[in-house]
Design a protein around this ligand. Structure first.
Ligand code: MN
Length: 231
């Protein structure tokens, strides 16, 4: 194949315990999937169907080792959202809830970094969220833990600290929509493909970071991440 210009490089993530890398296709993100976070965003938590937004593949940053991400332009309110990330290994559509985990390659710790001021301005004007959510290098993600090697992840503490101070702390059991339910629901609307990632939503405690801050994200059972915000 000859391309008229150089094709974009494949964005990929480290996989725990093997040399091969996980190639990132699309990144689907669940909005408001922990009740206490929905409340802090001024919304009523309920069992309304989940909703999704997307980030481009080049949002993903391999954070298997400590990494820096630049403070993005055009914001004065750059927020961390710690999230469980699900890596899809097998595609499919109209996936049943009880079959959904068969499609999971593995799990990782991720940050859905958000230009909150731009997101809320768009939200309040009924506009798309892209400028707030869908920018390059906005999703540092740790090493992918393979389900085949380490099993599935249905529970466990999830947290992020900034410069050692507590910010977000919850448990994956508090997801309103489980990993299986998110996969099943999403696959009714879009055929899932290998390499897709699902960021499953963030618990309460989202807050701003500034250049120089160091975020440490953890989910018990997974490799943690250390991400510095650079100028
Ligand atoms: Mn999020």
């Amino acid at each position: 194949m000859n391309y008229a210009i150089a094709p974009a490089p494949v964005t990929s993530l480290t996989v725990e315990g093997i040399a091969e890398r996980f190639p990132v296709n699309r990144i689907f993100c669940v909005g408001r999937n922990y009740a206490a976070h929905a409340r802090e965003m001024g919304k009523d938590p309920d069992r309304d169907p989940p909703f999704f937004f997307m980030k481009p593949a080049n949002a993903a940053v391999d954070a298997a080792a400590p990494v820096g991400i630049p403070y993005p332009p055009k914001t004065a309110n750059f927020h961390h959202e710690i999230e469980l990330v699900v890596a899809i290994g097998k595609g499919g559509k109209n996936i049943a809830v009880d079959q959904a985990l068969d499609h999971v390659y593995g799990y990782a710790v991720g940050l859905d970094m958000t230009r909150r001021d731009l997101q809320l301005d768009a939200r309040d004007k009924g506009r798309p969220w892209e400028f707030g959510k869908s920018f390059a290098l906005s999703a540092p993600i740790g090493a992918v833990s393979r389900a085949a090697a380490q099993g599935h992840l249905n529970e466990g503490a999830i947290s992020v600290t900034v410069n050692g101070g507590a910010r977000q702390s919850s448990d994956v059991t508090k997801l309103i929509w489980s990993v299986s339910e998110c996969i099943a629901y999403l696959s009714e609307y879009e055929t899932l493909e290998p390499g897709d990632l699902i960021m499953t939503g963030t618990p309460e405690g989202v807050n701003a970071v500034v250049a120089g801050d160091v975020m440490q994200g953890e989910i018990s059972g997974l490799s943690g991440i250390t991400v510095k915000v650079t100028a």
